[in-house]
Design a binder for this molecule. Sequence first.
Ligand SMILES: [Zn+2]
Length: 376
Amino acid sequence: MRVCQICALKEEHPGVSLDDDGVCSLCRLGVVGDLLENFSYTDQVHEEFTRSGPNPNGDYDCLFMYSGGKDSTYMLDKFVNEYGKRVLAYTFDVPFESSHAADNIALAREKIPATFVLDSDDDNIKTVMREVFNRPVTKPGKYLDEKLPCVSCRTFFVIRAILYAFRNRIPYIALCADPQQILTMESDVREVVRGFYQTFGARLTDEVFRKEAEQILFADDADLPKIVFPFIAMRYSYDPDRIVADLKAKGLYNSSPLETHCTLFPLLNYYSFKNWDCMFYKLNAASHRRAVRRNKNYDRSTFSITFPRAADLPSIEERMKRVVLDIAGTRGDPAAHRRELIDIFRELGATEDAARFVTEGFLGMRTVAADLGITL
Ligand SMILES: [Zn+2]
């Protein structure tokens, strides 16, 4: 198995190819054309949104996707208190996420004058996750296929938000992806819905969105909401540490970013190891290696996931793969798994407490899978 000489992505990583010199297409910036095109559309929509006046068709200028995390709390405050937008703060209650974010949402409700709505649809989002985990993957795969369960969960609730905005004639949807994520996200609402139909087929899509998603495909452009990525304007200055400090100073943030936690994280790693022979954060690890290699910006992260400079990522990945697949297959000694996982997360920069917390999640992977109807 060949790996990229620069970033260590494997030859068979979905959506990536290695040239004769052993350098991958991401390191060669083979995707730069697409990315620039996406950025220029995204830039244009952001410009249009900042200049736009009040929405003549309703009480809200934008639906703001509010997770309670640091990025969206920071931007919600700016939208309302600096830009003077009339904001509907929309939170989708993802049943797999911990309640840490709930504290931040409560703080924001006290201090930011927006209208807050909470949406949820446990049954249907679980149906989507069951489907994505249980079906076989198609090789060689596309870019981000190793993250398909995570991407599908997010796409599910982005479509819920699109439908909400469409129904209520809200012209913009603000989505606080970090600059790294913006590069890989679809910004045209019709394409978001079309992508879901392509991945899951018409039967399942119509079932989980009660046939409403189809209206987006056939609506007039003028009636469709547009997705705005507010962090596009900060793409050269994005600094997660500064954002957290700023929020804490305003009394808008309690937990540290490490504490935001998805209970599916162990299963997401199982999925990427089993199907694509890589850990869930492999692309982040690869871009970390690329940055270290260029010796530029390695001390400051331009995206949410950071790795210690000294971490031996390829070895960590191999050790993690062994433990994750052993736990999934009920092989080996749980006490040894626990020790190994704690070591791994410590090497990845977690505190002792955080490492133990994440480790317990991995040890309970089979229970989470059984609850959701996922076959390991
Ligand atoms: Zn590479």
